[in-house]
Structure formats: C-alpha cells, structure tokens
Ligand binder design. Structure first.
Ligand SMILES: Cc1cc2nc3c(=O)[nH]c(=O)nc-3n(C[C@H](O)[C@H](O)[C@H](O)COP(=O)(O)O)c2cc1C
Length: 182
C-alpha cells in the first residue's frame, strides 16, 4: 500500500516530524511505499470559499503547490495527518492546507486516515479536541459523499515541548507499531 504523511509543523526536525518518521519506519518495514510532505516548504494560499471546485470536477481556481499534494492524496491508500497541537487543535499551517482539500471531497475514495499529534501537556484527556477535529474532518468526506474514507487510528505524544523530547516517549514505539501493523 501507499502511505502518505502530510506534516504540518513549522519546526523542521521537531517532535511531530520525528514521530511521523517512526510511523513511516514501521510502515516501510512492513513493505509499504512511504512518502512525506513537508507543508512548511509548500507555497499555497487560503481557500477562497468560492465553491468553484465542486462544480468543475474538482479543480481549484488557485494554481499553487496544493494541486500536486491532492494528486498524491488520490494516489495514496493511507493518509496520515501529522500536526503538533497548537491551542489544542491543528497548527494554522495544517488547517490552511485541510481547507484546500475541499476539491477532493467528492473524489477521494476508500482512504484510511491516521492522526499523529502531540503537545506539551501531560494529560491526554486534553487531546480530545484535536481527536474530534480529526474524526470530523474525515467524517465530512463520508457524510457528503459516502466515498469509503475512514479514520482508522491515532498516535498521540504528550508532555513534549523541546525539539527531540519525543524520543524519550512511549509514543515512539506506538508510532512504529501502528505503522508496521497498517
Ligand atoms: C503557538 C503554540 C501553541 C501551543 N499550544 C499547545 C496546546 O494547546 N497544548 C499543548 O499540549 N501544547 C501546545 N504547544 C506545545 C507544542 O505542541 C509542543 O512544543 C510540540 O512539541 C511542538 O511540536 P513540533 O516540535 O513538532 O513542532 C504549543 C506550542 C506553540 C508554539
């Protein structure tokens, strides 16, 4: 299977990136083809909300780096959204990108979605917000189009603030095993 990680932290070698790489290491060991997109390296604008894409077969009026990422999403079997928590939800970078996935809502069929996230707090109950955001994002695809997309799991790190702190977390093992057992 093709596994695509979409990474939405502004930190180059930050905790989310390290955790996502561990997930991908597991997936690779299991024989899957893996790719990782660094959103911070991409140039793209905010969704205009014009709805043109829903009337023209899924083409965004903005010609920027998002077009290629949407093609990669269509080609993937498994899509992993990897974002640290900022105010208990996605980073602004990730949210800006997710808004731009509107054109593929009718066409993104039979994808399995995973969430990789983490934050500075230690209480995992406080991660409920981003988990809900994740499930609702995937649910939008299902609710409107019944296209067989499913939220299949999540890996959550807690109590990590400094870059690299995630290496000491049990979430690393969980990420590897989740990737290995896709
Ligand atoms: C603007 C901002 C908002 C944050 N909000 C939260 C938060 O709501 N909850 C939390 O647990 N950690 C929060 N953090 C801490 C980050 O999630 C934490 O430092 C994380 O390790 C960063 O991941 P990264 O290295 O992948 O960028 C915030 C950090 C920043 C810079």
């Amino acid at each position: 299977m093709k596994v695509l990680v979409i990474h939405g932290s502004m930190r180059k070698n930050g905790n989310t990136s390290i955790l996502a790489d561990e997930f991908l290491r597991g997936a690779k060991d299991a024989g899957h083809a893996v790719e990782k997109i660094e959103l911070r390296e991409k140039k793209f604008g905010d969704c205009f909300g014009c709805q043109a894409c829903l009337k023209n077969g899924g083409n965004c009026v903005q010609k920027d780096d998002v077009a290629q990422i949407l093609e990669m999403m269509k080609a993937a079997d498994i899509i992993v959204l990897a974002s640290p928590m900022y105010y208990f939800t996605w980073t602004g970078l990730m949210k800006r990108f997710l808004d731009r996935t509107y054109p593929v809502m009718p066409v993104l069929k039979n994808k399995k979605f995973y969430l990789i996230t983490l934050g500075g707090v230690s209480d995992k109950k406080l991660m409920a917000h981003i988990l809900t955001d994740f499930y609702l994002y995937v649910e939008c695809f299902e609710e409107f189009n019944q296209v067989g997309c499913k939220a299949c799991g999540s890996v959550i790190g807690s109590g990590v603030i400094k870059p690299g702190a995630i290496k000491e977390s049990p979430a690393m093992q969980e990420a590897y095993e989740t990737g290995k057992n896709l």
